[in-house]
Design a protein around this ligand. Structure first.
Ligand SMILES: [Ca+2]
Ligand SMILES: [Ca+2]
Ligand SMILES: [Ca+2]
Ligand SMILES: [Ca+2]
Length: 432
């Protein structure tokens, strides 16, 4: 790893800068973001590509946990007539680990159908089932339908009301939503992949461009009573994945499910895992993450920051990153000694009122927010850059990408993620 970092000389930097410049002109559909198109194989299968995962105590219902898992990167709302849908041949998964072993104790599986549309149009309303597996027992806990994609005022009038009608109850308590939403992730993608090129100062002074503005994703949102997943320490881990079936060689029956994408903490496969292992990482489960610990201990991102800005970010022995990202913050999100990439959250941390929340979460003196869960407004790019810069070791560098919030405001109630822009509006990544 160290060798690799040193080998990243000026020529490599220039090459990457050129790549970033190309990305900048072509928009998020070809660019990368939190976990949008981050690995070679999954970038060929966008409908099964996890983009971002969020987990937070619901601000309006603090006795519930909301988990939001987004898929399908860079949806241009105007991309008809076969608009974006969940894949009917994929299985979308949300996993909860209650005992810190990197294996699921409660699993939710989402499977969607696709209907034939009228005229030359696709029908984007998708019936789906939610299956909960716990103690080896599978129960269907919801039959529901997505709203249509936000096509325009003639096809999908009163879009907000249409979308809200698609919220469905979960058997046993809680609710569920699945369908197109605005991508809540915000980042100056061009800059990040220009090796943290920063448009202004060291990055925490604004001036960035949100490359996800105007683009949508497909959201799966679950809201469940905390009592169903709580533990003695109140710390749990969450991750999400997508599976496809293996081909059946006998031509009958169905092959086994194979995981093709996963996501726990933001930006892991993106900037921690080296390119040659990104496809492997997507196929493995959190309990298998010990093989990747070395990349957290000696993060290439720190080497790159130093190369570019000579900021003296610690490049080796980063047990602080191993702790925060793989086993949890001591006394807050610690789930045990098994290194596992999970989005950890302490379910007893009180909800921070919206006007007191910091976009920098725990790094900004707010007890909620990534890496204690992740809220829609958390500025994970700035948090990640500052953490890699050595924040937890006392080296507080004002790093960031200059984009401090998204182009839409989260809703105050479930499913919280804002309505997508309509295809007819055709915003194409314009700044709002
Ligand atoms: Ca991904
Ligand atoms: Ca477990
Ligand atoms: Ca957005
Ligand atoms: Ca930012």
């Amino acid at each position: 790893m160290r060798k690799l970092a040193v080998a990243l000389g000026a020529a490599a930097l220039i090459t990457l800068a050129v790549v970033a410049a190309v990305l900048r002109t072509s928009g998020p559909s070809t660019a990368s973001a939190s976990s949008h198109r981050e690995a070679p194989l999954i970038s060929e299968d966008p409908s099964a590509d996890n983009t971002d995962l969020y987990a937070f105590r619901s601000p309006d219902k603090p006795d519930t946990l909301t988990i939001i898992s987004n898929f399908i990167p860079g949806e241009d709302p105007a991309a008809g007539p076969n608009y974006y849908t969940f894949s009917p041949t994929a299985r979308y998964d949300i996993y909860v680990d209650r005992n810190g072993d990197g294996k699921p104790d409660v699993s939710y599986y989402f499977q969607f159908q696709r209907k034939t549309g009228p005229f030359f149009l696709g029908d984007t309303v998708q019936p789906y089932t939610v299956t909960k597996v716990e103690h080896g027992k599978a129960t269907v806990v919801a039959h529901a339908s997505t709203p249509p994609d936000n096509i325009g005022p003639r096809s999908t009038p009163n879009y907000h009301a249409l979308a809200m009608k698609a919220i469905a109850p979960l058997q046993g308590g809680g609710q569920v939503f699945a369908g197109q939403r605005d991508d809540p992730f915000f980042a100056d993608v061009g800059d990040i992949f220009d090796l943290l090129a920063i448009r202004k100062g060291t990055g925490d002074m604004g001036g960035g461009k949100d490359f996800l503005a105007g683009y949508a994703v497909h959201t799966i949102a679950l809201q469940i009573p905390i009592s169903q997943v709580d533990t003695a320490s109140h710390a749990i881990g969450v991750w999400s994945a997508a599976d496809r079936r293996q081909a059946s060689v006998h031509g009958k029956g169905q092959g086994a499910w194979v995981q093709v994408s996963r996501l726990g903490n933001p930006l892991i496969n993106e900037v921690v895992i080296p390119t040659g292992e990104k496809d492997l990482w997507n196929r493995l489960a959190p309990w298998q993450d010990s093989r990747f610990v070395k990349y957290y201990k000696t993060p290439i991102l720190a080497a790159v920051i130093n190369k570019l800005y000579k900021l003296g970010a610690p490049e080796t022995n980063r047990d602080d990153l191993v702790q925060v990202l793989l086993t949890g913050i001591p006394k807050v999100t610690f789930t045990g000694s098994t290194p596992a990439d999970e989005l950890r959250i302490n379910l007893s941390t009180p909800v921070t009122p919206a006007d007191e929340a910091s976009r920098l979460g725990v790094l900004g003196g707010d007890n909620q927010g990534w890496p204690n869960g992740r809220r829609l407004n958390d500025d994970v790019v700035d948090i990640a850059e500052q953490a890699v810069g050595g924040f937890l070791l006392g080296k507080k560098l004002p790093l960031g990408d200059g984009v401090n919030s998204g182009d839409t405001k989260p809703m105050s109630s479930f499913p919280y993620v804002a309505d997508p822009f309509s295809g007819a509006d055709d915003t194409h990544g314009e700044q709002k």
